[in-house]
Design a protein around this ligand. Structure first.
Ligand SMILES: [Zn+2]
Length: 575
């Protein structure tokens, strides 16, 4: 009998994968025409879109698999055109930016991002991001990429090889063994070409240049480094690779585009660009990724005012988010003070850069330059998957329309690598990467959060089913909500009948309502913070040694949690 049921299950999943599926009566969000088409039916099979037409024109065969999308919106899966899987988004991930290696050796950070790549990929899919473009990675991660190519839950992954830098490599990266090296410096065209030949065996999807200029005279420095850029572009193009370039000054961006760069991975931030620059990018078909939030991620964290967005709390990695929230409460206050100062100095110096980025984005987008939404996720304070929504909201602040933002977040990302015939819109022949939404994302981008179903290369997922939180991650999310002073979210990690005891058996509170009273202080004490000094995990039991601050008072203690069915059912507090 068991065997028979298994057979039926296998057959059912075979049929849903290999027979035609009809999404009927959908409002179709089309970035190509920037129009929403009413009452459309989309037919797909084996991961490919076969037909898109008005529902009245498509006859449903008997027994067809039908997804009724009446009252729903269907749009292409989104694309984050700028991420880095060799970075975790947490406080320990860039020792060249802030050196905390005495707390966490960098080797541990490398091991973490390798072990958690599946989880990070699941977060992207759960966010409705069905393609990620990693703009510079390591040979080890390029090999990992290949293992995810056949995994249904994983977004489509494109990766550049290690960055080719025009003059500088942070020493912490330079000393790493080859498989973990994300960046190389070259000082001539010949060296650049030689470096590229070492990348080919790992099959990068494109090549990335870090067009850095250290000379305070940017124009002179840019011209001195131009031969390396030109040689890299010519060599990579000759081998059929697209070229992405990091160039944040107007002059480096201009020289890179004139030399044939396909994709600028950041916006120009040193000046407001003129019409000639807009025309240059438009005539070359160069795609630009504005990355508006990444610098704030660093300096909000260093300044002690990192605020987790609602998406960070639900989609972000709990451990890395925790590391950001803990930073100002680290024991080494000398480090914290130093970075508070750096953050303050930076705020004055770079307000102009922030403003230039926004002004330039509006000018370039309105001038017809192809924009691709990208976060630079993985950098400190920019968490994988969740930061995409903050980036889109910031594009809105720059003055872009919702259509411009949705187009940049789907079709624009595909165009960044010349893949618009593979994904990025809902057209026959393209991959069946689609989102079914319960609200109109064009009327309000918040509609993107009303995500009912993600279709990843023809496979259906409910977003919640993608994230399997471990007991430790549940406890850490609860800690993050506590540190963000969000009482209701904090309580959401407890079961309805959860109990809190003073160890060993004195009941302090039982049930949600009593827990809400008992923990009322969470939303009332502005300085409230708890950091984990030491954590022991025994299956579903987690023992945390905690040190914290509440109402000006320091406290220390041990908490013993029991997790069952994805919720905390018991907590013992040991003084
Ligand atoms: Zn980057």
């Amino acid at each position: 009998m068991k065997k028979f049921i298994l057979y039926i299950l296998v057959l059912a999943s075979y049929l849903t994968t290999h027979s035609q599926t009809y999404i009927t009566h959908a409002s179709l969000v089309d970035p190509v025409t920037q129009k929403t088409l009413p009452d459309q039916t989309i037919v797909y099979k084996d991961g490919k879109i076969l037909q898109v037409a008005a529902s009245a024109k498509i006859k449903l065969p008997k027994g067809a698999t039908v997804i009724d999308a009446t009252g729903k919106w269907v749009m292409p899966g989104m694309v984050d055109a700028h991420v880095h899987f060799f970075q975790t988004g947490g406080i320990y991930t860039r020792p060249d930016g802030i050196d905390l290696r005495k707390y966490k050796p960098y080797e541990q950070e490398i091991a973490w991002y390798k072990q958690h790549m599946e989880q990070q990929l699941r977060r992207y899919t759960a966010a409705g991001i069905t393609t990620v473009i990693d703009d510079g990675t390591t040979p080890a991660l390029l090999q990992q990429r290949d293992t995810f190519a056949t995994k249904d839950y994983a977004p489509r992954i494109y990766m550049a090889g290690p960055l080719i830098s025009t003059e500088y490599v942070p020493p912490v990266f330079d000393s790493l063994p080859v498989p973990d090296k994300p960046i190389y410096a070259v000082s001539s065209g010949e060296q650049a070409v030689q470096k590229l030949t070492t990348e080919y065996p790992y099959h990068p999807d494109f090549i990335k240049i870090w067009y850095i200029v250290l000379n305070p005279n940017v124009k002179d420095g840019a011209e001195k480094n131009l031969p390396s850029v030109k040689a890299t572009i010519a060599e990579a193009h000759a081998h059929g690779y697209k070229i992405a370039v990091h160039a944040t000054e107007r002059i480096t961006a201009q020289l890179a585009v004139e030399a044939g760069a396909d994709f600028l991975v950041h916006n120009v931030e040193d000046e407001v660009v003129d019409d000639a620059f807009v025309k240059l990018l438009k005539s070359h078909g160069t795609v630009l990724c504005p990355t508006l939030v990444v610098m704030d991620g660093y300096f909000d964290t260093f300044g002690g005012h990192f605020v987790a967005t609602p998406e960070d709390m639900t989609l972000g990695d709990p451990e890395q988010l925790g590391s950001l929230l803990d930073f100002t409460h680290m024991q080494d206050s000398a480090i914290v003070k130093r970075y508070l100062t750096i953050s303050r100095l930076r705020a004055k110096r770079t307000a102009q850069q922030d403003s230039n980025r926004l002004v330039n984005l509006k000018k370039l987008a309105d001038g017809g330059v192809i924009i691709a939404t990208g976060t630079d996720a993985g950098n400190i304070g920019t968490l994988h998957a969740s930061s995409f929504f903050k980036e889109m909201r910031t594009m809105q602040q720059a003055g872009l329309s919702n259509w411009q933002i949705i187009t940049a977040s789907t079709l624009g990302g595909a165009k960044a690598l010349g893949k618009e015939t593979v994904f990025g819109s809902i057209r026959p022949g393209l991959s069946a990467d689609m989102l079914i939404l319960n609200a109109d994302p064009v009327a309000d981008l918040a509609g993107l959060q009303k995500l009912e179903t993600v279709i990843q290369r023809g496979v259906l997922f409910h977003p919640d089913s993608l994230l399997h939180l471990t007991p430790v991650e549940i406890i850490q999310q609860q800690d993050n909500a506590y540190n963000a002073h969000d009482l209701e979210r904090f309580l959401s990690y407890y079961s309805d009948t959860a109990s809190v005891y003073a160890f060993p058996d004195k009941l302090l509170a039982r049930g949600k309502d009593n827990l809400r009273k008992f923990y009322g202080f969470v939303s009332q004490l502005p300085d409230l913070h708890v950091a984990i000094r030491d954590r022991t995990v025994l299956k579903n039991r987690i023992i945390d040694h905690e040190a914290g601050l509440a109402g000006g008072q320091k406290f220390e203690g041990t908490a013993i949690y029991e997790v069952e069915g994805g919720k905390i059912i018991r907590l013992y507090l040991v003084e």
